[in-house]
Write a protein of this length. Sequence first.
Lengths: 58, 147
Amino acid sequence: MAFANEHITAYAVEATEFPDLARKYRVNGVPKTVVNDQIEIMGGIPQDDFVQQALALP
Amino acid sequence: MSLLSPADQEKLRESFDEMTSPVKVLFFTQTLDCEPCEQTRRILDELPALSDKIAIEEVNFILEKETAAQYGIDRVPALALVVQGAAGEARDTRMRFLGTPAGYEFVSLVQALMLAGGHASSLTPENRARVDAVTTPTTIQVFSTPT
């Protein structure tokens, strides 16, 4: 998604090495995705669902 | 000694063979008090031997604050993938890795390298259109663990 659109930046974060981030974003399980500090997506989900949820599309 | 088995090296070589353009990994690191930086270095050291399309460039996180800020890197070890623009300039792919790229993160790194190197995106045309429609700054963080 980041590669496709210059407005999007993607970080893959190793949660155990950065407990401060894991705490801040309440990472209790992985994978967990956080978009703009607001949207949370738990687990691995189908691409259609992921894109729609991450971009807050109806 | 390689961290990768000969079979894994061969598989990676085949995957990286599908890359058509060069990718540079900016490796943000520091020499003191950073054991994960050393682990990351050992992993990254394996990559250029597997593909002539992959280069590693070390960035001193302590001394090169401006570069770190430019790529939104506020901790190490961290990776930023860049490719060559039309005029030969470095073009940011906005794909970053924070922490040691081992285990599942390594798989993600391989996929990111291939995508940056010209491999087809896995986005369906419908999702590509949804992504193309984004016009506001969007930061996606994906948390995972090594296993």
